[in-house]
Design a protein around this ligand. Structure first.
Ligand code: HAM
Length: 418
């Protein structure tokens, strides 16, 4: 039998209702902040990601699904949503339009990672991006949107951690300090960290190898190297979050795994998601748009991993109950009543009521069993007598009470009681 590719997951009808809850909540909260949806292609020119996400990142170095198309062009399945939104924003000249530009997306993304719980090769993100606003208010707005989204899902145990990784100027000084600190240890660190040491020493702080982690624990902290502007910006973000009632902890170990960030970075973390505890991550990225070929536009945003969110929702008992049943099952006893059931079902559906009829040629008893198993709310039984009277015997499956209801009143009857 052909099996699903490693690191991918099917979402079955019995599971998709939980996805709908997350997607509906994402849309509702983003729209409440007046963000509008944007849709960009699943694949882009490879260069967009190597320049945008950054060639010192694991994503670009090891994890991209890159291939040559039939025209010999190198294309890549998007490993995240931000670079595509930035490209679309520039390509459509939106930098010259009304600012700030605020967009959200619900997408699939692809990374060739070693699969484990909460880490997939095809996964899904809800993301928000805000362009054109350089001030701390934009950071606070985006973080409070993320916080509102998680709270609206009912999550209580997800904690916000924030940090500042400064700007180009202050980070250069910090990189020097980090190099001085790591130089005596570099011989015993992992191969990745040895290359990070040369290209982007800050990324060493994010290494998951135990040996490297222990060394990194004593490393200098970016917060001690912030320039005055970056420090003032970070203070203002924290003040606004506190004013807005968004609780957070400053965590100097948050550096993020993508190259484009500057100043504010943040993650929402849950112990319930196991080793892959980050359910949502983001930050400010004022240099990305210039990097992918446009003019300089300040930007801030985040993305949440849908699969991880669902894991945490399950652990925190926030998943809605599965609701698979039709509002009404129409059972027919004989051939003429089956036909009437078929026609009545069409009528009810046109009025927005979900209903089912027998397609398996089952006995009435078996039809009842099926209706019960699938969780139908009402069963309307039709037989010779019912057809003569022009009324069905309607059973409310939740309390087993029954009533005679005229065919033409059936829709209203069900709607009133749903
Ligand atoms: P990221 O931290 O790479 O950031 O991913 C965001 C979230 O996507 C993670 O916190 C995680 O929940 C989920 N995620 C990432 N990789 C996987 C995976 N292999 N399997 C399952 N879930 C995963 C970004 O993607 C940035 N574009 C976020 C951003 C938007 N920053 C600014 N704007």
């Amino acid at each position: 039998m052909i099996q699903i590719p490693k690191g991918c997951k099917d979402v079955l009808p019995s599971q998709v209702y939980a996805w709908h809850k997350v997607e509906d909540t994402a849309r509702a909260v983003a729209e409440a902040y007046a963000f509008r949806e944007i849709r960009t292609p699943v694949f882009e020119h490879t260069e967009l990601f190597s320049r945008g996400v950054g060639d010192t990142t694991d994503i670009v170095n090891k994890e991209m699904y890159t291939f040559l198309d039939k025209g010999g062009r190198s294309v890549t399945l998007r490993p995240e949503g931000t670079a595509g939104v930035a490209r679309a924003f520039l390509e459509h000249g939106l930098a010259g339009g009304v600012l700030p530009f605020k967009a959200y997306y619900l997408i699939s993304a692809f990374r060739y990672e070693r699969p484990q719980a909460g880490r997939l090769r095809e996964f899904h993100q809800f993301g928000c991006e805000l362009y054109g606003a350089a001030g701390a208010a934009a950071d606070a707005e985006v973080i409070s949107l993320a916080d509102a989204f998680l709270r609206r899902l009912g999550l209580r145990e997800v904690a916000l951690r924030i940090n500042s990784i400064g700007c180009k100027t202050c980070r250069a000084r910090y990189h020097e300090a980090l190099k001085n600190y790591f130089a005596p240890h570099i011989g015993v660190m992992c191969a990745d960290c040895r290359s990070r040491f040369e290209k982007n020493p800050m990324r060493i702080i994010d290494c998951k190898e135990e040996g490297c982690k222990a060394i990194a624990a004593g490393a200098p902290r970016m917060l001690d190297y912030l320039c005055n502007d970056c420090r003032a910006h970070f203070e203002e973000v924290k003040r606004l979050l506190s004013e807005a009632g968004v609780s957070y902890a400053v965590d100097p170990s948050i550096v993020r795994g993508l190259d484009y960030y500057s100043r504010t970075v943040f993650e929402f973390v849950s112990a319930a998601a196991g080793a892959q505890g980050t359910v949502l991550g983001g930050g400010r990225y004022d240099t990305l748009l210039e990097q992918v070929g446009g003019k300089s536009v300040p930007a801030v945003g985040f993305a949440a991993g849908m699969e991880r969110l669902l894991m945490v929702m399950e652990a925190e008992n926030c998943l809605p109950p599965a609701d698979m049943g039709a509002a009404c099952y129409l059972a027919g006893m004989d051939a003429p009543s089956r036909e009437k059931a078929f026609l009545l079902a069409g009528e009810l559906r046109r009025q927005g009521i979900s209903c089912e009829v027998d397609l398996m040629e089952r006995s009435v008893k078996s039809q009842f069993k099926y209706a019960d198993k699938t969780g139908a709310k009402f069963v309307a039984v039709l037989g010779e007598r019912e057809l003569e009277e022009g009324a069905a015997e309607v059973k409310d499956m939740r309390n087993s009470s029954s009533e005679r209801v005229k065919f033409e009143e059936l829709a209203k009857y069900i709607q009133r009681r749903m």
